[in-house]
Design a protein around this ligand. Sequence first.
Ligand code: BG6
Length: 491
Amino acid sequence: MLESGSNTLTIVVVGASGDLARRKIFPALFALYCQGLLPVELTIMGFARSAMTDESFRESITEHLTCRYTPEERSCAEKMDAFLACCHYVSGQYGSTDAFLDLFMRMQEHEPHSRTNRLFYLAIPPSVFMDVARALGDAGFVYCDDSSPWSRVVVEKPFGHDRSSSDQLVEELSHVFAERQIFRIDHYLGKEVIQNLMVLRFANRIFEPLWSREHIQSVQISWAEPIGIEGRGGYFDQYGIVRDVMQNHLLQMVSLVAMEPPASTSSAAIRQEKVRLLETVAAVGIEDLVLGQYTAAPAGAPPAPGYTEDESVPDDSLASTYAAVLLHINNPRWEGVPFLLRAGKGLDRKSTEIRILFRETEANVFSGVSGHAEPNELIIRVQPNEAIMFRITSKVPGLEMDLETRDLDLEYKTAFSELIPDAYEDLILDVIQGERSLFISSGELAAAWDVFTPVLDTVDSNHIRPLPYPFGSTGPSAAMDLAIRADTVWR
Ligand code: BG6
């Protein structure tokens, strides 16, 4: 066997038979493979409880692999065969050191070097998370280092369900992996438009001077999914929408919109500014939170069961599938500017958008001119149809002087010919390259939980019932009151 080589990599996907692995992780690995971005000497080990042979495992992951980067049929088929040949499977119980020793033996049969870089991807439910981390440590898989060769671990949310359980996970995981070896994924940070937020703010001169309470009236972040829980209640019902997407995906967007400019683009500088910002976000008060739970679709609409009618959800569940929150940021830049967040499943659309609403234009020479001019607005559409739009007042062409509001429109599909990578492609490549800026530090995690833990405790201990809203609607109307209180309107 050869000695260690920097161009060798073993990826161990724990939870390899699950949805996340099949739909996201393996397709992302294949996309990187097609682009020549994975080391030549590559071993991929899948590990899960289901009994499968290498062959049936390969079949199960093939379904979601796509030829986006190698559209010619022949070269795609060749790449796929070569990629699948690197993939092997071992089944076993998650907490069993013996099962992981077995995995270790199989892995060594395929690794060309005695000391190969190792990436562990934990795509597993939170209930078995620590058992697996311990078993990996006990089986001797993990190098205690992040240099050469390195061991790194990727962990998926949820990272706990409140501040103290999150602290406990951080502490327990630190017995197996050092903080610099841990990559906590929030896949929204890998999305193309979200990665563009810092560029938009700090590489364009026009925004920074306007980016404060003086010029901005409100910031709104909306996240909507048109689908319901569809049998995935096992996980969701214990967490609810605030823990599922708000404490992480939406709060990450808040950090990137509101943080101060970092000293550099280093991961340490960026993460430091995000933590600083999160520490200035006031803990959400119960008066600033509206919770909802979808009911069956109304008569006449395409049929859809209500949340509690789903067979994976208890009939008396109090889990929220919708939340609207009014956040307050206590720092000189944002004092008094409402940050309105809403997120919901079973809504009328699929959409993730950030809207920066500027204050009304002061009286100017056009104040008396006919036409309706709305305040400027910067709209950052994360998905679908990625775009950045700036709403301006414009003269309507013609002989009269009429004004109208129109969008300067940067729609990615027409503006860029490049393919937009899936978030997981970017994130996995960053793990391999040891680049941390798109991952959540333990400090960020703690600060993010501090924003929501007190209100979640109040909701849970008082068994607060979420407001019903019909599937396919815009959510409970009470959410409107938050905007009225904040003296703005939902956009
Ligand atoms: C996950 C949530 O983090 O993000 C899911 O757990 C949600 O509930 C998903 O559906 C949405 O991701 P995307 O990339 O499809 O917007």
